[in-house]
Design a protein around this ligand. Structure first.
Ligand code: GLU
Length: 455
């Protein structure tokens, strides 16, 4: 039986651990934020299951198994040499090979990759598909670079990364700044260096050479399915609801597409220069043309769309009223003030398409206001889940139909929702998907770590 004393001791231990993690990982605020969010929710499970309170287990979970940092030199089209930094953080492989995307963005540093890798452990555990957690990337800025420059950068990046990855070891994929084009160049260089056709070493490949159907769509589709499941739990549907979506990359585009397919009305999308509101609902074909084909800015969408759309330079997309909010751009893009505005405007559900887009204060505000809040670990797990299905297809040397992959994705998202919901209930936090996702993911990883000994 758990006593109040046990709970207090656990809390004191977690507080001490939190201080120690900050001391040993200085200047990594996003990593601290991601760790704190998990530790804040674990006290009830540590108190109820003494085996999890074993000294060293949480400490091991918060320390990456391996961290690789490397130089990425490359030449631009004018012959100038640039030096970027590459990262791969192999965080936890208790459940399977390290799995997680690569992010190419000037904001990337070790702390960002560690926060993403840490979140990925729990997200991947929630999919139930036998994948560990990892993440990588570079501070390379792909913006405005030619195709040839992107190719040379990817080749240089892989020339070091190849020795650390493999279909049974570590399987990277895309994230911000890394899509089908980059995965193609990375795969080509891996194949050339290793002289192996090892399809399962990267996911997000092209449809004709080992990629899974629905992988590009999976993260966005999945987060809409998660939002729909949260609404269903409250006796509502998505049909006829208005939605505020941020971002205009891969996640946002397919979030908009799925919202439209389910009869909802996505009103917005955004990029770093501002946002677009479209009273008629975002035209997903035009959005794809502008962003995926032309690699343009979101303001181009407003110019081409006509009277229903306007571009608001530099504004906050969260000022637009909507029934559902789907932050799908980047970390900490939705703060306490934005949350207060959304609540005032009657938002009912928030599903995180991006990783950690909502600040901790904003999450608490939503929860206090009774808004259904789906954390990224659960809500955006559809992307990595279909990556795991891509690995399964590669191992079997087969390709499933889009309908089959979509059906699997819907099942997986439904299961993740149920798991988070039931786990929260079991630990006295009914309706709290953050606690449900953290504890359910933790239980799976911790059980495997305990069974495999102190390594
Ligand atoms: N970058 C995506 C994520 O945050 C996908 C990772 C993958 O497919 O491995 O989950």
């Amino acid at each position: 039986m758990t006593t109040r004393d046990d709970t207090k001791t656990t809390k004191t231990r977690l507080d001490a651990l939190r201080v120690e993690i900050e001391r040993r990982n200085p200047a990594q605020p996003e990593f601290h934020q991601a760790v704190h969010e998990v530790l804040d929710t674990l006290a009830p499970v540590l108190a109820a299951r003494p085996e999890y309170a074993e000294p060293g287990l949480i400490e091991r979970l918060c320390e990456p198994e391996r961290q690789v940092i490397f130089r990425v030199p490359w030449q631009d089209d004018k012959g100038h040499v640039h030096v970027n930094r590459g990262f791969r953080v192999e965080f936890n492989s208790a459940l399977g090979p390290y799995k997680g995307g690569l992010r190419f963005h000037p904001s990337v540093n070790l702390g960002i990759i560690k926060f993403l890798g840490f979140e990925q452990i729990f997200k991947n555990a929630l999919t139930g598909l036998g994948i560990g957690g990892g993440k990588g990337g570079s501070d390379f800025d792909p913006h405005g670079r030619s195709d040839a420059e992107i190719m040379r950068f990817c080749q240089s990046f892989m020339t070091e990364l190849y020795r650390h990855i493999g279909e049974h070891t570590d399987v990277p994929a895309g994230d911000i700044g890394v899509g089908g084009r980059e995965i193609g160049y990375l795969f080509g260089q891996y194949r050339r260096i290793t002289n192996r056709w090892e399809a399962g070493v990267l996911t997000g490949k092209g449809a004709g050479w080992g990629g899974s159907a629905i992988r590009p769509e999976a993260t966005g589709y999945g987060s809409v399915l998660f939002a729909a499941a949260m609404l269903r739990e409250r006796g509502e549907g998505l049909e006829g609801q208005t939605a505020v979506v941020s971002g205009s990359g891969n996640v946002a585009i397919y979030t908009v597409e799925k919202l439209l397919a389910l009869g909802a009305n996505p009103l917005t999308c955004s990029d770093s220069s501002g946002y677009v509101v479209d009273d008629k609902g975002i035209d997903v074909d035009l959005l794809k043309q502008v962003k995926e084909v032309e690699r343009g800015r979101i303001s181009d969408y407003a110019e081409r769309r006509g009277a229903s759309a306007r571009f608001v330079p530099g504004g906050r997309v969260w000022d637009v009223p909507g029934d559902v909010a789907l932050p799908s751009a980047t970390q900490n893009e939705l703060d306490e003030n934005d949350a207060a505005t959304l609540v005032r405007n009657g938002v009912k559900a928030v599903a995180e398409g991006a990783n950690m887009p909502t600040t901790p204060e904003a999450v608490h505000l939503f929860q206090r206001a009774g808004v259904a809040f789906g954390p990224g670990k659960a809500a955006n797990a559809g992307g990595v889940a279909v990556s795991a299905l891509e690995m399964a297809q590669n191992h079997a040397r087969t390709a499933w139909s889009p309908a089959r992959v979509e059906e699997e994705l819907a099942h997986i998202m439904g299961d993740i929702h149920t798991t988070c919901h039931e786990t929260a209930e079991r630990y006295g936090a009914s309706g709290d998907y953050v606690t449900g996702a953290n504890i359910a993911g933790f239980e799976r990883v911790a059980d495997a770590m305990l069974a495999q000994g102190v390594i």
